[in-house]
Design a protein around this ligand. Structure first.
Ligand code: OGA
Ligand code: NI
Length: 336
């Protein structure tokens, strides 16, 4: 595998009227989405109404969903529809710019951080997606060089979304922390993964139309290395989660946010909550996009099982580790 600088977007536009895709995008038969997507009655993925005035009920629903699925959608979450629409419009306009204009924000070749525009070069089969990464919170962590200047609305749209998404994150952290049943319950989990220093990494996924959606993936199966992921999709379905040995389609609910439990929460809770295995398929005719925000501990922050959770019956399953070392091992497929 050599270096590929070409975006999947431009590969896709030259494949538009064909019914083939380059071999490097074709997954082995048994892994292909056309072969192993579950096609039958499926259990319903939980949806939690965050405007439920009964706080205990709200907490209970979040805890149950996080425990049983590691994955759920939230509605009536307090982020105004226009804030989400603006975020989507700004990102969509950016990906609509000519290739040279997007390349201005390209991830520098030897950069340590993942920030910038690009396409993931996997060791194995390639993904049918381009992306843009940049931090949106806390303000001191932001590198504006990776925020598009065009469209001009981009900055305000992202700054506004960041303020609101923080509120949702705090509510989720509070609830699943209470679910652990510890004494100083409300804040213990968030503190264990970075507290107020948590970094919010925005990613825009751009999945161009694909002539053979049965053979390729937007993102192959993985768990997120974040603590928590909060995602806005567009209206084109494609996200699937793995539950009870089946890949299940996630239904698109307008204005809902998709929440994933990530690896750092699994580690901090010694496996009480589990990070969910998920993947994305692509569409034959439509562009799919999504805006996950990954809530990550600072690089030097050590995450390990919360001591109060451990006992003789519940010995530690994970080694405490700096987040940056965890990320390095995971990205390079090394043992943790
Ligand atoms: C990811 C991811 C899901 C989606 O980028 O890690 O899982 O719906 N994306 O695009
Ligand atoms: Ni993911």
């Amino acid at each position: 595998m050599g270096e590929r600088n070409q975006s999947v977007q431009s590969i896709a536009s030259s494949a538009l009227d064909t019914d083939t895709i380059p071999a490097e995008f074709i997954f082995p038969k048994v892994e292909q989405p056309g072969v192993n997507t579950f096609d039958g009655p499926v259990p319903e993925i939980p949806t939690v109404d965050l405007s439920d005035p009964d706080k205990e009920n709200r907490t209970r629903s979040i805890v149950r969903a996080a425990k049983e699925w590691g994955f759920f959608q939230v509605v009536n979450h307090g982020i105004p529809g226009h804030v989400i629409t603006k975020l989507q419009e700004a990102g969509t306009e950016f990906f609509g710019l000519p290739q040279e204009e997007k390349e201005v924000y390209a991830k520098p070749p030897d950069a340590k951080s993942i920030e910038g525009y690009g396409t993931k070069l996997s060791k194995g089969t390639q993904s049918w997606a381009d992306h843009l990464f940049h931090k949106i919170w806390p303000p001191s962590s932001i590198n504006y060089q990776f925020w598009p200047q065009n469209p001009p609305s981009y900055r305000e749209a992202n700054e506004e979304y960041a303020k609101y998404v923080k509120e949702v994150a705090d509510e989720v952290f509070r609830s699943i922390s209470i679910g652990l049943g510890l004494k100083d319950h409300e804040s213990v989990l968030k503190e264990a993964v970075g507290g107020e220093d948590l970094q919010y990494m925005m990613k825009i996924n751009y999945y161009p139309p694909c002539p053979r959606p049965d053979l390729a993936f937007g993102v192959p199966p993985h768990t997120d290395l974040s603590a928590l992921t909060i995602l806005v999709p567009n209206e084109v379905p494609g996200l699937q989660v793995f539950q009870d040995d089946h890949w299940i389609d996630v239904q698109y609910i307008p204005n809902a946010l998709v929440i994933h439990i990530g690896d750092q929460i699994q580690i901090a809770t010694n496996g009480y909550y589990k990070s969910v295995l998920h993947r994305t398929t692509v569409d034959k005719n439509k562009v799919r996009m999504s805006w996950p925000v990954f809530l990550e501990p600072p690089g030097e922050f050590v995450v390990g099982p919360i001591p109060q959770l451990l006992s003789e019956d519940n010995p530690p399953k994970y080694k405490p580790k700096m987040f940056k070392d965890y990320a390095y091992c995971k990205l390079n497929k090394l043992p943790q």
